[in-house]
Design a protein around this ligand. Structure first.
Ligand SMILES: [Zn+2]
Length: 74
């Protein structure tokens, strides 16, 4: 499989997925993805995408909670 953006080589890797919508943020660690070795674009399989979206819509207890510093760029 090739990267749909640049045609680069895809490599299977576990990545951290970041979800961001309105004021809802979360990370999912160790997500299996195909990562482009040229541009770094991540591609998830349909099964993985389904599962990731469930974290956004269903009640799941997080493994841990991290604090994220927020800055205003002024
Ligand atoms: Zn690419």
């Amino acid at each position: 499989m090739k990267c749909v953006f640049c045609g680069g080589k895809l490599e299977r890797r576990n990545v951290a997925f970041r979800y961001e919508e309105d004021n809802n943020y979360f990370f999912v660690e160790e997500v299996p993805a195909e990562v482009c070795t040229s541009c770094g674009e991540k591609t998830y399989s349909p099964e993985v995408t389904d599962k990731l979206l469930k974290y956004a819509t269903e009640e799941h207890k997080p493994t841990k909670t991290i604090e994220v510093p927020v800055f205003s760029f002024e």
